[in-house]
Design a protein around this ligand. Structure first.
Ligand code: SF4
Length: 486
């Protein structure tokens, strides 16, 4: 077995770009998802170590020398972080010229040849799901015999046959063993989740076909492949024991509610374990299911509303209806389920009027908290193909963040400039949060809990600093893009 290091490399300060982040960027407030995609193969390689540099605040100087102690390094990369990660791979080879370096993640899977050309220090990249790929390479299997990779062979690049999609999800070992061994739970924050939290998956893939969404179009696919309720229950029972300090568990499956009977069955088991939990959901979960989930420990749903305009939802193949989303949100409020709603500005069909409509919609349905993102055309998605064909791209491939790791407006339309889309994010936040009713509710929560007060004040400072910094960055034409400071 090769002595193996799994790495989320050092990056922009506060960059939530690890192997658990759906779109990689520095957030409005300090946020880090768990590197679950990387923890999974790490759990399959005995004696390995997982380093998640950004949440631990580790620098290149601190991490690179570790290469001397390892035979194989597996780096998780993404479209925005790729140039930085390629440089970091080179740095590992400077420290240890004999170390083998592999890269995994959606970006290298979609662009294997371009990735190997752009990262001369990398020996192989994985195509698609990479759990068994990493395990086999770490176990010493010769690269030509490993399915689902592109690798260097005497100056040539070769691609092996495709690796079948994983069907038996229960065969994958628990990631929480790796979390316990290698991660500092307290370093992971998500603004709308209680702290400390732990996130993990109970299945991969999403039945929906949203055109902008990266993972189902690259790694996960459009079938929801799931672990059995028995397996989930066993892992959660262990997690509860391992992490008594954790106040909330988050199921980061693309759409945990894609299989309603299973979601209800798992909820009942979590209820018996006395676990408080939250998950991703579409805005169409029936009230009966919501009641069962709520009665069994569900606290919060992370809901991708995306837009308040039905035509835009149709354009992106969201598969939801505005009237049903309203009804769902009302049901959640009545049942005491908190909602963090996410919205995207700049999707196909966007106009100044649809932006105003979406802001009105958000204020109207009133999720507890919101996140507003810019449409990000990732290679491998239908949105990217459309943007290329239609000439909407304002950037070179990959330039999705600025020199601070903050999202740039990557798309513009003949009737809507990228600058207007970019500026509308701040307008959205201001119109949503600076309403008397919202301010009153936030202040009320702070007054009731000194802990909430401390956290919200810190987040408030971070939020305004973020808005201020993002204003300093000129938008459009790729003018602002660049590399991480590290
Ligand atoms: S429902 Fe959510 S996870 Fe599924 S494809 Fe759409 S955006 Fe992606």
């Amino acid at each position: 077995m090769k002595h193996t290091l799994f790495l989320n490399p050092p990056s922009y300060e506060g960059f939530d770009g690890g192997a658990g982040s759906r779109y990689q960027a520095r957030r409005e407030i300090r946020s880090f998802w768990y590197p679950t995609w990387l923890a999974q193969p790490a759990a399959m390689v005995p004696g390995s170590r997982l380093i998640d540099a950004p949440p631990d605040g580790l620098t290149v100087e601190q991490v690179a020398p570790l290469a001397r102690d390892y035979e194989l390094a597996v780096l998780h990369t993404s479209t925005p972080s790729f140039p930085n990660d390629a440089r970091f791979a080179a740095r590992l080879k400077e420290e240890n010229p004999r170390i083998e370096v592999g890269m995994v993640g959606a970006h290298v899977g979609v662009l294997p040849l371009q990735s190997l050309a752009g990262a001369p220090a990398v020996d192989w990249v994985a195509l698609g799901e990479f759990d068994y790929t990493c395990a086999e390479i770490a176990a010493g299997k010769a690269l030509p015999e490993v399915q689902g990779i592109a690798y260097r062979d005497s100056g040539q690049i070769r691609i092996t046959g495709p690796r079948p999609t994983i069907e038996n999800m229960d065969a994958l070992p628990n990631v929480i063993e790796v979390y316990k061994r290698d991660l500092t739970i307290e370093n992971y924050f998500i603004g709308y989740l209680q702290h400390p939290y732990v996130s993990l998956y109970t299945g991969r893939g999403c039945r929906s076909k949203c055109t902008f969404c990266l993972w189902p179009q690259t790694l996960g696919g459009h079938r929801y492949r799931v672990r059995s309720a028995d397996s989930v229950e066993a892992e959660m029972a262990a997690a509860k024991k391992y992490f008594p300090q954790v106040r909330e568990f988050f199921f980061d499956d693309d759409t945990f509610t894609d299989d309603l009977p299973r979601a209800e069955e798992i909820a009942r088991r979590l209820g018996r374990l006395g676990i408080r939990w939250s998950c991703n959901a579409k805005a169409n979960v029936p009230r009966k299911t919501l009641e069962i989930l709520r009665a069994n420990g569900l606290r919060l749903l992370l809901v991708g509303y995306e837009s308040g305009n039905q035509q835009i939802l149709n354009n992106i193949k969201k598969g939801t209806r505005i009237d049903i989303a309203r009804e769902f949100t009302k049901n959640c409020r009545e049942l005491g389920i908190t909602i963090h709603g996410t919205f995207i500005l700049g999707l196909p069909g966007e106009t100044p009027e649809t932006i105003r409509e979406t802001i009105r919609f958000a204020c109207d349905i009133e999720p507890e908290t919101i996140q507003v993102s810019l449409a990000a055309p990732y290679p491998g998605t239908e949105l990217y193909r459309q943007a290329q064909e239609q000439g909407w791209l304002q950037i070179q491939t990959g330039e999705l963040v600025d020199t601070h790791g903050v999202q740039v407006a990557a798309i513009s339309y003949p009737t809507l400039s990228s600058t207007l889309i970019f500026d509308s994010v701040e307008e959205f936040y201001r119109k949503f949060y600076f309403r008397p009713r919202k301010i009153f509710s936030l202040v009320g929560q702070m007054v009731r809990s000194p802990e909430v007060m401390k956290r919200r004040l810190r987040e408030g400072v971070e939020f305004f600093r973020f808005l201020h910094e993002r204003k300093q960055t000129p938008q459009a034409s790729g003018a602002a893009v660049g590399s991480p400071a590290s």
